[in-house]
Design a protein around this ligand. Structure first.
Ligand code: PLP
Length: 481
């Protein structure tokens, strides 16, 4: 494809994307395809001859669009806000178009230095001190694997053993809670600790936050058994109910034992753009690493996961390689991001953040986050005030966890299993209707429904419509389909 052909096709593609985004509210939220349907709409073999762009766009519309669950839809309340602001989409396009190679500072000095700049902007915007230096990973999962490897290597040194997995006699142990995201257990596994060495510390029964006293007791017991406590993963906004582990209390325990403290704020990190929310990670300055995803609620398109550490010397010692073909005269004067994480080659992800901040502006991003917080509080008030409805976890940010608990004529609530069937039935009816999408989840062994507010286009009007829909579906007041 020549640049001139690209220009024409590119204009058509941008028009197509703009139309697509404009028409999103008319689409069903949940993809309506059956398993295998998208795959079967494609030929078994790759195209042989060059095709034209219009035909490709038609196929994109016909084959791919039906297979998309519309997380940019204003009635998307599932999983977490997975916003992809159009400003950041432009940055992503610029990044692809530039075709850079990020394997060393020399291979693209701008890639390295813009990443340094935007990570520092984001540090300031979230109120972190200048003790932190950041990089952009693809996901919080990768950031957590990196943090666990850093913790493993530090603990190995502390215990005077050799670097590596569990080759040493004393098992290295990681602490978190049952509320932590599944990526934490995965990172623990991938970093070589083994699942047997992941401890789920007791949580507060209502807030689901880790209890620092229970953490201290678990650590003492492990030390007495000859284990080496290596890492604590503290969730600031755990996935299920947005539980907030108390960072300050946990950091005090971590410090007392020299344990690596990783803060996973993948979703809730966006809230730290708001000064009034920063008390939720009070004590974060005493952590060793932090990960959060602008590609969630803040809305810089995937993949944009920020990873901050304080001890960059340790990071580089653990992660660095120095093959001859990557050496240059700039070594020692510049950041080599290949020594800050797992991959060698990196994309120019910083452009997405820069474009997003430049074109939308932090004030409008903050206003949107505040709008979502207020919408969540509004919904929680409606649920609390409605008979037979319950808010089942604290609404610390934009997620409202709820249940509808019908009672019979004698005033008896449904028994557990029947209640589970009821919950799954009404949420499924809504999801299948295409009018909204919500994620059911299990809390204390029973199904509940998470309403995760914060899609970029979701206004109060949509949240009101959702509440109406919830009542219709669960109370049987009408047809949700
Ligand atoms: N941690 C938390 C608290 C999350 O909510 C998520 C995603 O939902 C993750 C980690 C994983 O994020 P990623 O998809 O960037 O790996």
């Amino acid at each position: 494809m020549t640049p001139e052909e690209f220009r024409q096709a590119g204009h058509a593609l941008i028009d197509w994307i703009a139309d697509y985004r404009q028409q999103l509210p008319e689409q069903p939220v949940l993809a309506r395809v059956k398993p295998g349907e998208v795959r079967q709409s494609f030929p078994r073999e790759a195209p042989g001859e060059a095709g034209d762009f219009d035909a490709l766009l038609q196929q994109l519309q016909a084959r791919v669009v039906p297979g998309i669950t519309q997380v940019q839809h204003p009635m998307h309340f599932g999983w977490f806000p997975a916003n992809a602001s159009l400003a950041s989409v432009l940055g992503d396009i610029a990044s692809s178009g530039l075709g850079t190679l990020g394997i060393s500072w020399e291979s693209c000095p701008a890639l390295t230095e813009v990443e340094e700049v935007v990570c520092d902007w984001m540090r300031q915007l979230t109120g972190l001190s200048d003790a932190w230096r950041g990089t952009i990973h693809d996901t919080a999962s990768t950031a957590c694997v990196t943090a666990m490897i850093l913790a493993r290597e530090r603990a190995s040194d502390y215990s005077k053993n050799h670097r590596g997995l569990q080759a040493q006699a004393a098992p290295l142990v990681v602490y978190s809670t049952s509320q932590a995201h599944s990526s934490i257990a995965k990172a623990v596994q991938l970093a070589g600790f083994g699942q047997d060495n992941l401890r789920y510390v007791a949580e507060d029964p209502y807030t689901r936050a880790m209890q620092p006293e229970a953490l201290a007791a678990a650590i003492a017991s492990d030390i007495a058994r000859g284990c080496v406590p290596a890492a604590i993963v503290c969730s600031v906004g755990a996935t299920g109910t947005t539980a907030m582990d108390p960072v300050a209390g946990i950091a005090a325990v971590a410090r007392a034992h020299g344990i690596w403290l990783h803060v996973d704020a993948a979703m809730a990190g966006s809230a730290m753009l708001l000064p009034e929310c920063r008390h939720l990670w009070q004590g974060v300055e005493d952590a060793d690493s932090i990960a959060w995803n602008p590609h969630k609620w803040m809305g810089t398109i995937l993949d944009t996961a920020l990873f901050y550490v304080r001890d960059t010397a340790h990071l580089e010692r653990v992660m660095s390689t120095n093959p001859a073909y990557l050496q240059s005269a700039a070594d020692g004067q510049v950041t080599q991001y290949r020594d800050w994480g797992i991959p060698l080659g990196r994309r120019f992800r910083a452009l997405k953040l820069w474009f997003h901040l430049h074109l939308d502006g932090i004030d409008s991003i903050r206003a949107r986050l505040r709008r979502d917080l207020e919408n969540a509080r509004w919904l929680a008030r409606q649920v609390e005030a409605a008979p037979q409805w319950q808010v089942v976890a604290p609404v610390s940010l934009q997620t409202v966890c709820l249940r509808h608990v019908p009672v019979d004529a004698q005033g008896q609530a449904l028994a557990d299993e029947a209640l589970d069937r009821h919950t799954l039935a009404w949420v499924s009816a809504i999801n299948q209707s295409g009018r909204a999408f919500l994620t059911p989840s299990v809390l204390d062994g029973r199904w509940m429904v998470r309403v995760s507010i914060g899609a970029e286009c979701t206004t109060r009007h949509h949240v009101e419509a959702l509440w109406q829909l919830l009542r219709e579906a669960a109370e049987g007041r009408g047809d949700s389909g």
